[in-house]
Design a protein around this ligand. Structure first.
Ligand code: SF4
Length: 264
């Protein structure tokens, strides 16, 4: 039985000169506007940088800014096969509006193959494994060979994102991470979208401030946090794409295989 590994047990150290370069850029751009950060990133990394989007409100603002600086930026999304129809429709609208292509990145397992291999409704029995198979594994392959990636995270989205910098070394994925919207609030994002009448996911108007896979996204109400509808009923709050340390290699029992384990 094959023993797939996900992350190395020990991440290689980043070279000193890269630490200095990233630290200098981070310091210089810590209070910069998102467009300035994006402009620097495109200049610095050329065709070795990609934008990752989940089509959230922040991602829409980010794409709008990016295409005004770089008419044809490389943009991709993780297509788990479990996204809402409204999300795919938004992808189509963005591609049409900006005359761009947003690449779908998929994992090794189709939904059917995942169910056969790991059991039905893995997102309920083991959402961490489901995210690894459908998001983290394909993300690892996608970022391999790049020097930088751009995200749309904000600091106030979650505790895990509270310390994010505009420019930082991503120890999990071993490349530079650019977070142009890191200082923005949710209101600032929506002001940007409304002022420019940008398209957005209609689910946002139906109580879904944060939208992921259909199986793991529910609406929020009242004073709930904007990400309270993600993985409701589980301790899980992040899919694992945004972290400061390499994920541990874990052992996962194969569905129906008594006593046998795969390392994922
Ligand atoms: S968000 Fe849910 S359905 Fe999507 S990959 Fe993660 S666990 Fe699976």
């Amino acid at each position: 039985m094959t023993q797939p590994t996900f992350f190395p047990e020990t991440a290689p150290d980043i070279a000193d000169h890269r630490v200095e370069s990233i630290a200098a850029a981070s310091a210089r751009l810590q209070f910069a506007e998102p467009e300035e950060i994006l402009e620097w990133a495109f200049d610095e990394f050329g065709d070795r940088i990609s934008i990752a989007t989940g089509f959230g409100a922040e991602g829409i603002a980010l794409i709008d800014m990016a295409v005004k600086i770089n008419a044809n930026p490389d943009i991709f999304f993780l297509d788990t096969e479990f996204l809402f129809p409204e999300t795919y429709e938004l992808r189509d609208r963005l591609e049409q509006r900006y005359s761009i292509r947003i690449r779908a990145v998929t994992g090794e397992y189709s939904a059917e193959a995942q169910a056969r291999q790991f059991g039905d409704r893995l997102w309920e029995s083991d959402p961490d494994l489901c995210c690894r198979l459908r998001k983290l594994e394909p993300m690892k392959a996608e970022l391999n060979g790049l020097d930088a990636w751009v995200t749309a995270i904000r600091r106030d989205q979650s505790d895990a994102r509270a310390a994010a910098q505009s420019v930082e070394w991503d120890s999990k994925w071993q490349l530079t991470k650019i977070n142009p919207l890191v200082r923005w609030s949710r209101d600032e994002v929506w002001s940007y979208i409304r002022a420019r009448e940008l398209p957005y996911n209609p689910l946002h108007d139906r109580g879904y401030p944060s939208i992921g896979c259909t199986h793991c996204t529910s609406s929020v109400s009242g004073p709930e946090h904007e990400r309270a509808g993600r993985w409701r009923g589980h301790k899980k709050t992040e899919c694992g794409l945004h972290g400061s340390a390499p994920a541990p290699v874990i052992s996962v029992p194969r569905a129906g295989a008594s006593g046998s384990e795969d390392r994922v």
